[in-house]
Design a protein around this ligand. Structure first.
Ligand SMILES: [Zn+2]
Length: 78
């Protein structure tokens, strides 16, 4: 499974396209590599699944007017 392409959002209340608070549930698998001294290095982190739970506009303070814009990958696939 590859990484999920980031979505684009628009707030139709204020026209904001660039500032959002996004809450995501993400499940990952990573290689935890401990040194002899016990220090942890996290390597090879893989996103197994992720789901956007909530998107809110930074300016309005809520997500009631936030729309998800069509993903560009769909357009280039044709
Ligand atoms: Zn807004």
């Amino acid at each position: 499974m590859g990484p999920v392409p980031p979505a684009h959002y628009r707030c139709s209340a204020c026209g904001n396209l660039t500032r959002f608070d996004v809450v995501t549930d993400r499940r990952t698998r990573a290689f935890h590599h401990y040194s002899v001294g016990g220090e942890l290095v996290v390597e090879e982190e893989q996103i197994l699944s992720q789901e956007v739970v909530e998107v809110s506009c930074r300016w309005c303070g809520h997500g009631r007017a936030v729309e998800i814009l069509p993903v560009a990958a769909e357009e280039t696939a044709r």
